[in-house]
Design a protein around this ligand. Structure first.
Ligand code: SAH
Length: 270
């Protein structure tokens, strides 16, 4: 008898466990019915962690009605006043977008994003951001993301209903998990710091660039956006982050002895 059956079962279990690492983050949702329908879309695909940022109406009987058998996800949903805590502890942040605007952010189609993020979920939590019904994610919210994810659609009419977008993304994650994605690991051999630490770093970087007058507050242009893209691509680990923060702190103090120590630290690294 082949052992394929047992391996398949193990792989499916690993995939199911991976799906538990995803959180769906709905931002500023206007219609509570969409939240209920999104919960249902998630549960049928094996996702369970719902985060709501500033929902217009919550809790809501309409949400419970549309959730049908997934009302438990609504009741367990974490509700936040801001995006920040919804991303706490996440290793990877993906934003979904109906329009792929400028080339300012790395972009992926939903199928590739599902495979990629499922592998990353082996090592930590992944956040999937969904925007407002009327105008999607803001630029600031997009800049919190490593990638933007797009569901391929009719170019002349490309905006899905929010809950239907959650459905397609959850389905692709499930398919990736069932297709053996639950066995894959991220193609990187270091542990990047989480979203919270990256955000603290970007705040520190911006303040330092203001302090040393590199960033002109009257003409910021797209400098911070470009730097976010650069460091989000690099995915620094804890050690690298400590060095970067050390450099910023030294630059702010104008303390060039400390900057030299940080540079030496960097040289000592293998
Ligand atoms: N008018 C808005 C669309 C908002 S639809 C806009 O142009 O941005 C509400 C949310 O559903 C979006 O913010 C996004 O999270 C998701 N969504 C809708 N269509 C999508 C698509 N084709 N690909 C990826 N996400 C989509």
């Amino acid at each position: 008898m082949s052992t394929g059956g047992a391996n398949d079962t193990r792989s499916a279990a690993a995939g199911a466990e991976r799906l538990g690492r995803f959180r769906v983050v709905l931002i500023d949702t206007t219609h509570p019915g969409n939240i209920g329908a999104a919960a249902r879309a998630m549960k049928v695909m094996g996702l369970s962690r719902l985060h709501l940022v500033n929902p217009k109406t919550w809790p809501s009987a309409e949400a419970t009605a549309l959730a049908s058998g997934a009302a438990d996800l609504c009741h367990a949903a974490a509700v936040h006043a801001e995006l920040e805590p919804a991303l706490s502890g996440c290793r990877l942040v993906l934003g979904t977008s109906a329009r792929l605007r400028s080339l300012s952010m790395p972009q992926m189609d939903v199928r590739a994003a599902a495979r990629h993020s499922l592998a990353e979920a082996a090592e930590g939590d992944v956040a999937l951001l969904f925007g407002r019904e009327a105008h999607g994610l803001t630029n600031e919210e997009m800049q919190r993301c490593h990638h933007l994810v797009h569901i391929e659609t009719n170019p002349e009419f490309g905006s899905l209903n929010l809950a239907q977008a959650v459905q397609v993304v959850s389905y692709e994650l499930r398919m990736a998990a069932l297709g053996g994605g639950g066995d894959q690991r991220p193609a990187m051999d270091w542990a990047p710091v989480d979203a919270e630490q990256m955000e603290r770093f970007f705040e520190h970087l911006e303040q330092t660039l203001l302090d040393i007058r590199f960033l002109n507050p009257d003409h910021p242009k797209r400098l911070m956006m470009r730097l976010r893209r650069l460091f989000n691509r690099a995915r620094p680990d804890q050690n690298e982050m400590n060095i970067l923060r050390g450099i910023l702190a030294a630059a702010q103090r104008g303390d060039y002895g400390a900057a030299r120590d940080a540079a030496r630290d960097l040289e000592k690294r293998p």
